[in-house]
Design a protein around this ligand. Sequence first.
Ligand code: ATR
Length: 277
Amino acid sequence: MTDRYAVIGNPIEQSKSPLIHTAFAQVTGQDIGYTKLLAPLGGFAQTVDAFRAAGGRGMNVTAPFKLDAFDYATDLAPSARMAGAVNAMKFDGDKVYAENFDGIGLVRDVVHNLGCPLQGQRVLILGAGGATRGALLPILAQGPAEVVIVNRTVTKAQELANLALEHQSGAVPVRGVGYGDIGQQNFDVVFNATSASMSSELPPLPDSVFDAGCLAYELAYGKGLTPFLKLALAANAHRLADGVGMLAEQAAEAFQWWRGVRPDTAAVIQKLTVPLV
Ligand code: ATR
């Protein structure tokens, strides 16, 4: 029997998840159906209840429901707890297991697909919202030399840095700062985890942050050269990437969690890549 999965959001038309999971199912020979589910605002729980009652086995969760899913879950994985948000659920009777694979997907893309180990690297993360919360622990687990979180609202960056220090007992130095505090410091890897690119805005970042060998990584995907990537290019950053690989890798993690087999992501990444330059 075909097992049913879905991605839930509002809006949902833009989601690439059905394309990705259908491709994964084909290459792994898994008999699944994967659809888009539009839930009304305020109607997350009812929509998921109905999907489960009809035999649904699992879901991906996208905006604006990642916090609703956090509240809906009965069993939160550490990744979801740290992120404060859920992007994948698995249903088993009364149980709703919840994960957040965004951070692990990001790290897998950087380390495996782009071939840039984070160990010993100086890492700068722009933004202190949900995307950064999800990415922090998987980045720290790679053993970078240091992690600096920079945010418009400095207190949010500091709070997140303190939370990260608690979780990994201070093994990697983590600081939260404002854009005006960066000075001339430069970094090996710079992640843009702000939502600024959604509105074609640029965080007030000095272009001196990009070391000559730097990877500049935009977590948003499919937007071509965003203002952040343009800044990195003009500053001669060694390498530019957007979040298409992160998208594919977090999907592969969810697929493996649901189905017990990890699909190769190369074909999906190739299909979804929008050239940057
Ligand atoms: P997400 O879940 O995508 O991370 P979020 O939790 O709303 O979204 O967080 C958005 C992040 O982008 C925040 O860190 C925000 O900075 P503030 O905390 O100071 O609001 C950051 N951000 C959004 N627009 C920005 C801009 N134009 N310049 C700099 N930072 C921006």
